[in-house]
Each structure stands twice: as structure tokens, then as C-alpha cells.
Write a protein that binds this ligand. Structure first.
Ligand code: AHM
Ligand code: MG
Length: 340
């Protein structure tokens, strides 16, 4: 019988970031990596949000909090807790000068931390309408460096995704999966080991399949879609070439879960702008731009509904929205050809 080999050289997220940081510094002499303290704080917020989500049904954390957030969505009790946990983590890191959260109308400033050099945008619990059914949700984050001489203003975040120094998400599913990427770097996936209390590198250097016949979109909105969007999705369902097979549809309704599957399996995820929501539904700073960075760094593409590179879209306001199409490289070429 073959003996099972146990991996004793485990790469935790902390180890990974430390090693990457020193490699990067040696290569470029530049410090474009988020500080270790900020990353520790992020990790801690993911672990604690995962913990509360797992226990929600047992400790009366399901259902509404009785309030609505800045974008008019009803807040779940867990939205409020996730937000509070994230804010506390960023404050205690001492490295975050300004934070934008989906759950807060205004940016939050931490002027007590004079040496803080980072601006963070986050959606603490994305897809929260799914929470009470135990469906996967996630936290999305994007990190910018403060402009030279800035002590932290909204403008430090009102920048294109191309200036993000790091971005990613954690999906709270059967296990907690953290995906992170740095500017110009690879995409790496970590799985939470609850026994060790650590995120372990399980998906190094993630690359998206170039194509896959899976589409992920809320087709309930198709009545409101532009004709080009209708034509594109119809072409996936009713192939005209001989022997062509229709695509499979997969839609969870949690961007993080739909994006994670698309990243691993390939295909396309879209939330197009439409006649009902001409500006789109998903938010640029803490949904679209971080995901676009992950997809591009994994070899995919991400565009807005005007077929502009999502990473180059500059929000005017912190909660601005956009239509988005993101997916495998070849599939995105097809999207473009229908939206000329
Ligand atoms: P939320 O941040 O309020 O949870 O909304 C964002 C979510 C995304 O996770 C998901 O892709 C989308 O809304 C689903 O919207 P819909 O229910 O309209 O399909
Ligand atoms: Mg959201």
C-alpha cells in the first residue's frame, strides 16, 4: 500500500505575502505591496466574517437588521456585523487612512494613524440576499496607495483600477476561499484551514481557461437589455454553426461565487447595464474594479457595457455603478464582436 505523503512545507498566506514582498522589493526597489499589518487585518476580518456566517442560523443572525444602506438595499444583520468587523480591522491595522464600504454612505477616515499609507474599498458581504439560504457570499476588496503628500481623501480611491496595488475577494462557501492579486502579479488562491486557523495556498498562479461554454447572468433582466446584449446571449443559447452546442447557464446571484466559478472553470459572468439600470447594478470601486484586476491577471478580460476596459473606468463618486462583462479571453472577444 502506498503511504500517504503529508505536506509539511505549507505555504500560509502570511508566509506567501512575506516572501512575495521581499522578492518584489528586490526586483523593483519599489514598495507597491500592501503592508503586512494591513494584510493581517484583512485576513482577520475574513476569518471572523466566515465564523459569523457559519454560525448565523444558530445565534439568531439571519434576517434583516431593519435598516437600509446607502444604495437603498435592505441591510441584513450580517451585513451590519460584516461591515463593523471590517471597519474595526482596518482601523486597528494602523495602515489604512481611508475606507469606503458598500454599507457606509460616506468614506471613513482614520486620522489618528498618521503613517497610514493605504486607501481601501470593500463590500464586506456581497450577495447578502443569499445569506439566509446558506448560499455562498463573499467579501471583495481593493487597495490603493495614497497619493504623494495625501493624508487620505476620497480622491485616493476615485482612481482607475489600473492604479490598484492589490485586490481580491474571499468566498464563504463549503470552505472559505481567498483570492488575491497584486499589481502586475499573478493570482493566487488560498483555502481556509479551520483547524490551523490559516489560509493555505491551494491555487498558486491561477490562470483562467481561454474559453468554456458557460454563461452566468440574471436572465430575468433580459427584457431590459440592449439588443446587442440580447443578441450575444441568444448566440450562446441558439448556436447557428453546424453541430454547435448551446452553453450551460449557471447563476448563483452572488458575484463572488459566480466570479470564482468563472475564474476556475472559464466562461463569462455579466451584469450588463440595461434600460432599467442604465448605469448598471454593480459598484465600480468594490465590485467591478477588484474583480477586473483578478480576471485580467489570470489571463481573462473585463469590460464595462460600453466595451471599455473595466480597469480604466474612473468613478466620479465612491458608490458609482457600472455594467460589467468579465470572463475567459476568447469569450470576451466574442462579447466585443456583438457590441461593436
Ligand atoms: P449586494 O452587494 O447588495 O449583495 O448586491 C450585489 C449582488 C452581486 O453579488 C450579484 O452579482 C448581484 O447583486 C445579483 O443581483 P440580482 O439579484 O439582480 O441578479
Ligand atoms: Mg455587493
Amino acid at each position: 500500500m502506498q503511504e500517504e505523503r503529508i505536506n509539511v512545507d505549507i505555504i500560509t498566506l502570511t508566509r506567501f505575502l512575506t516572501e512575495e514582498q521581499s522578492k518584489h522589493k528586490e526586483a523593483t526597489g519599489d514598495f507597491t505591496y500592501p503592508s503586512r499589518l494591513l494584510c493581517h487585518a484583512l485576513q482577520f476580518s475574513f476569518k471572523s466574517i466566515a465564523y459569523y456566517i457559519r454560525r448565523a442560523t444558530l445565534i439568531n443572525l439571519t434576517g434583516l437588521a431593519g435598516s437600509s444602506n446607502t444604495t437603498g438595499d435592505d441591510q441584513k444583520k450580517l451585513d451590519v456585523i460584516g461591515n463593523d468587523l471590517f471597519i474595526a480591522a482596518m482601523r486597528s491595522s494602523g495602515k489604512c487612512a481611508v475606507l469606503v464600504s458598500e454599507e457606509e454612505e460616506e468614506a471613513i477616515f482614520f486620522p489618528e494613524h498618521k503613517n497610514a499609507r493605504y486607501a481601501v474599498a470593500c463590500d464586506p458581504i456581497d450577495g447578502s440576499s443569499n445569506l439566509d439560504a446558506g448560499v455562498s457570499v463573499g467579501t471583495i476588496f481593493g487597495i490603493h496607495k495614497l497619493a504623494e503628500g495625501s493624508t487620505g481623501t476620497k480622491e485616493d480611491l476615485l482612481k482607475p483600477g489600473t492604479e490598484l496595488i492589490a485586490a481580491g475577494f474571499t468566498m464563504y462557501g463549503a470552505s472559505a476561499q481567498l483570492v488575491i492579486t497584486m499589481k502586475g502579479g499573478s493570482v493566487n488562491g488560498f483555502t481556509m484551514d479551520n483547524a490551523l486557523g490559516e489560509f493555505i495556498l491551494t491555487h498558486p498562479d491561477m490562470k483562467m481557461p481561454k474559453k468554456r461554454a458557460i454563461y452566468s447572468v440574471n436572465e430575468g433582466n433580459s427584457l431590459y437589455w440592449e439588443d446587442s446584449t440580447k443578441d450575444y446571449f441568444n448566440s450562446l443559447k441558439y448556436p447557428t454553426e453546424e453541430g454547435g452546442k448551446p452553453y450551460s447557464a449557471r447563476y448563483i446571484g452572488s458575484m463572488v461565487a459566480d466570479a470564482y466559478r468563472t475564474l476556475l472553470y472559464g466562461g463569462i459572468f455579466a451584469y450588463p447595464a440595461d434600460k432599467k439600470s442604465p448605469k448598471g447594478k454593480l459598484r465600480i470601486l468594490y465590485e467591478c474594479a477588484p474583480m477586473a484586476m483578478v480576471f485580467e491577471n489570470a489571463g481573462g478580460q473585463a469590460l464595462n457595457s460600453k466595451m471599455k476596459r473595466m480597469m480604466e473606468v474612473v468613478p466620479e463618486h465612491i458608490h458609482d455603478r457600472s455594467g460589467i462583462f468579465m470572463g475567459s479571453y476568447d469569450e470576451m472577444e466574442k462579447v466585443k464582436s456583438f457590441h461593436k
